[in-house]
Design a protein around this ligand. Structure first.
Ligand SMILES: C[S@@+](CC[C@H](N)C(=O)[O-])C[C@H]1O[C@@H](n2cnc3c(N)ncnc32)[C@H](O)[C@@H]1O
Length: 216
């Protein structure tokens, strides 16, 4: 198997996955490593991520991006041919790691900024991600609809993001977003909101995956 350029980072990700009791194939891990390389290279031309984040991209952003897969697959929520849209894809987290982890799910990545869209398209093609479609529009005008899952990371406030997602969700679809544990506490009394707390390697902060809807 091809390894990541930083063996410490690779080990941290593998330990994180093992602790979460999930495993990815060698091919999936290699694709994740290739994706990170493409983000680091792409960041030279387009502002995709903070430069400070590069050394811990695998242990922080990739591990974080995989959390919805980890939580939803343990609950047997994920089924082949489901439709999953990510709003505000930016440099591709969480949608690229998720599309790599769940090849049987059809993903849509909505992102309005042109340079980012070009990067996402090129990266999708390099990684041969047939189950991912890049949509170069704001989510509200993207015409993406009938989704089983809609996610977003670092987009806006929970209420605004949920409102943005709702028209495109199936009746029994779920909305998933990422917050710090502290911010997520403010959301715990909203009907049908579930908070799943977690930690990431090397990070002091605690995080919560916020899911609105019934997922298992
Ligand atoms: C802070 S970045 C987060 C990127 C990525 N999700 C991450 O976690 O690294 C937010 C992204 O959302 C995009 N965006 C802003 N409003 C949007 C909307 N209405 N629909 C889709 N994308 C939007 C921005 O262009 C930007 O790339």
């Amino acid at each position: 198997m091809k390894h990541y350029f930083d063996s410490n980072q690779e080990e941290l990700l593998l330990k994180f996955l093992a602790k979460q009791e999930v495993s990815l194939s060698d091919n999936q891990l290699e694709k994740l490593f290739d994706y990170v390389q493409l983000v680091i290279q792409g960041n030279e031309k387009v502002n995709l991520i903070s430069r400070n984040d590069i050394p811990k991209f695998l242990s922080r952003h990739i591990a974080d991006s995989l959390m919805p897969y980890i939580v939803l697959s343990k609950k047997n929520f994920l089924k082949p041919n489901m439709i999953w849209a990510d709003m505000g894809a930016g440099g591709g987290c969480p949608v690229f790691p998720l599309a790599i982890a769940c090849p049987e799910i059809q993903f849509y990545a909505s992102e309005p900024r042109h340079k980012r869209v070009l990067f996402l398209e090129k990266t999708k093609n390099s990684l041969h991600l047939e189950n991912l479609q890049i949509v170069g529009k704001r989510f509200e005008t993207s015409e993406i609809s009938n989704c089983d899952v809609i996610s977003c990371r670092a987009l806006s406030r929970f209420e605004a993001d949920y409102e943005r997602a709702l028209p495109a969700l199936k009746k029994d679809g779920i909305f998933v977003t990422f917050k710090s544990k502290e911010i997520a506490q403010e959301l715990k009394n909203i009907p049908n909101v579930h908070l799943i707390d977690y930690r990431l390697p090397l990070e002091n902060l605690e995080y919560s995956l916020v899911i609105k809807g019934i997922y298992g």
